[in-house]
Write a protein that binds this ligand. Structure first.
Ligand SMILES: [Zn+2]
Length: 171
């Protein structure tokens, strides 16, 4: 007997054909009600090569991220944020809320209108001074939302070596 690929099946009455998707390491199949389970199995079997290729891609993607616990990240980043916030406290009324997430190509995001920042969990094993630079960067966006000259002037005034820290973080 052939080894079957396990998949999650959804029946959908509006569907005309079987649709196969691979997302986050899971194989999902949507099919119309009238298609027999054995035919769906066959369909999955036929597409085995493609599925395996997609599955290996998604594990590769996962490996780009180191596993860090949300709570541990939050605890560490909050402590650093408490250090950084006084530097901008005269301009920001309240300390922005802090969330964590994995990002591929950014260290942090600032939602200045909504009053929070999100830090990349991959910062967790970086030096404190480098994380502080990211936090300050996001905080300064509450003063200047873009990366204009004004933004960099403020950064430099508060953290004269911010460019070096940023370089170090990105190397
Ligand atoms: Zn920015």
């Amino acid at each position: 007997m052939m080894q079957m690929i396990s998949y999650k099946l959804t029946r959908n009455k509006n569907m005309k054909r079987i649709v196969l998707r691979v997302k986050n390491g899971l194989v999902k199949v949507s099919a119309p009600y009238h298609v027999a389970k054995s035919d769906i199995d066959k369909f999955v079997q036929i597409n085995e090569e493609w599925i395996k290729e997609q599955l290996s891609k998604s594990t590769e993607k996962k490996a780009e991220f180191k596993e860090f616990d949300d709570d541990e990240c939050l605890a560490k980043f909050e402590k650093l944020a408490d250090k950084v916030f006084p530097l901008v406290a005269d301009k920001l009324k309240t300390k922005p809320k802090l969330y964590v997430k994995n990002y591929k190509s950014r260290w942090g995001v600032c939602y200045f209108k909504r009053g929070y920042i999100i830090l990349n969990k991959q910062l967790f094993d970086k030096e404190d001074r480098l994380i502080e630079q990211v936090i300050l960067h996001e905080y300064v966006h509450f003063i200047v939302p873009n990366h204009s000259r004004e933004f960099h002037k403020i950064m430099e005034k508060i953290m004269p070596d911010y460019k070096e820290r940023r370089k170090e973080l990105n190397k």
